[in-house]
Design a protein around this ligand. Structure first.
Ligand SMILES: NC(=O)c1ccc[n+]([C@@H]2O[C@H](COP(=O)([O-])OP(=O)(O)OC[C@H]3O[C@@H](n4cnc5c(N)ncnc54)[C@H](OP(=O)(O)O)[C@@H]3O)[C@@H](O)[C@H]2O)c1
Length: 209
């Protein structure tokens, strides 16, 4: 599968390495351009290439958005329209600036990114600490395999993302649709940043429902 990644930081570059390792064709981007990503791409290794954010968005059959939430309006919306987008972003007001709609829980960061991009968006990989994402991949059935909660409003897109989660060595757990489901694995929830099995994660997500 062709996977484009927007954001070459902790999560974006870690996902690039995983997806390349399991045989996907991966390009990665940041806000400053591919020339600034030489060291990052060398460190990721494999066949990952650096491109512009616009080109990464156009390239991907699946596109990962992994940037500070406060920058979401800079995303190349035309290139993301109708695509399966994986949103790893979290809202941290001290980093992103205050967002009144999120502060009042009128909507969620993922719903705002979905609205801006017109994409088929799935929230995933937002609730796992990047070092756990880097180091804790395990084969199916391994007792130490960690859960990754995900949410979205399209079953087909959720199935695609769940498959990617599984293939890189984690257990996907469906939290629900993008609004209510997504709220169950945002910062401050019981599963956020927790090292949980699929069973434990599922129980906490249902308790939150
Ligand atoms: N760190 C974690 O453990 C963790 C875990 C789960 C979820 N998250 C969430 O996932 C997101 C990414 O986190 P991170 O820790 O990977 O961030 P990070 O290390 O600070 O990296 C952010 C990346 O986003 C890029 N970027 C910013 N604006 C962009 C744009 N408009 N287009 C393309 N790239 C852009 C930056 O590029 P430039 O440097 O060129 O601006 C940088 O490569 C955040 O929302 C974070 O809250 C983080």
């Amino acid at each position: 599968m062709r996977i484009g990644i927007l954001g070459a930081g902790h999560i974006g570059s870690t996902l690039a390495r995983h997806f390349d390792r399991i045989g996907h064709e991966v390009v990665i981007s940041n806000s400053r351009g591919p020339d600034t990503l030489e060291d990052v791409v060398a460190d990721i290794g494999g066949s990952v290439r650096a491109v512009t954010a616009e080109d990464a968005a156009r390239f991907g059959e699946v596109v990962v958005v992994s940037i500070p939430y406060g920058h979401y309006r800079d995303l190349p919306a035309d290139a993301l329209r109708d695509k399966v987008v994986i949103d790893t972003c979290n809202y941290y007001p001290e980093r992103d600036g205050q967002d009144r709609e999120l502060d009042t829980d009128t909507t969620t960061s993922s719903e705002k990114i979905k609205e801006h991009t017109g994409s088929n968006l799935v929230k995933a990989f937002n609730a796992i600490y990047w070092e756990h994402l880097r180091d804790r991949a395990r084969p199916k059935g391994d007792p130490g395999r960690l859960a990754i909660p995900l949410s979205g409003s399209d079953d087909g897109a959720k199935a695609v993302v769940a498959g990617l989660v599984r293939d890189i060595g984690f257990d996907p757990v469906i939290a629900g649709n993008l609004g209510q489901g997504g709220r169950r694995h945002q910062p401050g929830t019981a599963v956020y940043g927790a090292e949980l099995s699929a069973e434990e994660s599922d129980a906490l997500l249902h308790a939150a429902a």
